[in-house]
Design a protein around this ligand. Structure first.
Ligand code: IMP
Ligand code: MG
Length: 181
C-alpha cells in the first residue's frame, strides 16, 4: 500500500510492471539477438526501469547514462534542454536504445534523438516505460512501450517524480491533486 498516502489511485501495480518489463526484455532480446546493443538510460527518471529491463535482456549489451535538464515547470517540459551529463561511451556505429521513463509532449525525446544522431550511431530506437499520447506535440514514437496512459494524469512512482520526490514507490499512481498544484 501507499505508505505516504500520496496517490489518489494506483494505476499500475508492481506485479503488472514486473510482467510487462519481462515481456519487453524478451522482445528486445529477440530483436537484438545478433547485435550488440547499448542502452542509453536517461537520468534520473529511468533508473529503475533501466535496472529491471536490463535484467531481462539475454543478449550482449551495455549501458551508459545521459542526464539532461529541460526548461519548464515541474509538471510540463518545454523540451529545450541543457546537457548535465554527457555519455561516457563512444556510440559511433553502434546500435542504441534510449531508455526513457515517460513520453508526454515528446519535446525532450525529439531533442535528445537529434543530439544523439549527431554522434552517428548505426541505429536509434526508443524504449519508454510510459507513453502518454494525450498531449503529444512532436512526431516522436517509441519502438518499445511499457504502458500507454490515455489520460492527462500526473503520475509518480517507479522512477517518476514530482520535484524529485516519490520515485521510490514500487508502483505507478496518480499523485493527489493538492500535492502538485
Ligand atoms: P516531454 O518532453 O513533455 O515528453 O516530457 C518528458 C519528461 O517530463 C519526462 O522525462 C518526465 O520527467 C516529465 N513528465 C511528464 N509527464 C510526467 C508525469 O505524469 N509524471 C512525472 N513526470 C512526468
Ligand atoms: Mg522528471
Amino acid at each position: 500500500m501507499d505508505s505516504y498516502n500520496v496517490c489518489e489511485k494506483t494505476l499500475i501495480s508492481s506485479d503488472e510492471i514486473k510482467k510487462r518489463v519481462s515481456e519487453l526484455g524478451c522482445q528486445i532480446s529477440h530483436d537484438y539477438k545478433d547485435k550488440e546493443v547499448i542502452f542509453i538510460s536517461v537520468l534520473n527518471g529511468s533508473f529503475m526501469f533501466t535496472s529491471d529491463l536490463m535484467k531481462e535482456i539475454h543478449t550482449l549489451c551495455s549501458v551508459d547514462f545521459i542526464q539532461i535538464s529541460t526548461y519548464g515547470n515541474s509538471t510540463q517540459s518545454s523540451g529545450d534542454f541543457i546537457l548535465k551529463k554527457d555519455l561516457s561511451m563512444n556510440i559511433e556505429g553502434k546500435d542504441i536504445i534510449i531508455i526513457e521513463d515517460i513520453i508526454d509532449s515528446g519535446f525532450t525525446l525529439s531533442n535528445l534523438v537529434e543530439f544523439l544522431k549527431s554522434k552517428n550511431p548505426a541505429s536509434i530506437k526508443i524504449a519508454a516505460f510510459i507513453d502518454k499520447p494525450a498531449k503529444r506535440k512532436t512526431k516522436v514514437k517509441a519502438d518499445y512501450v511499457g504502458f500507454v496512459i490515455n489520460h492527462d494524469y500526473f503520475i509518480v512512482g517507479y522512477g517518476l517524480d514530482f520535484s524529485q520526490k516519490y520515485r521510490n514507490l514500487p508502483y505507478v499512481g496518480i499523485l493527489k491533486e493538492h500535492l502538485h498544484s
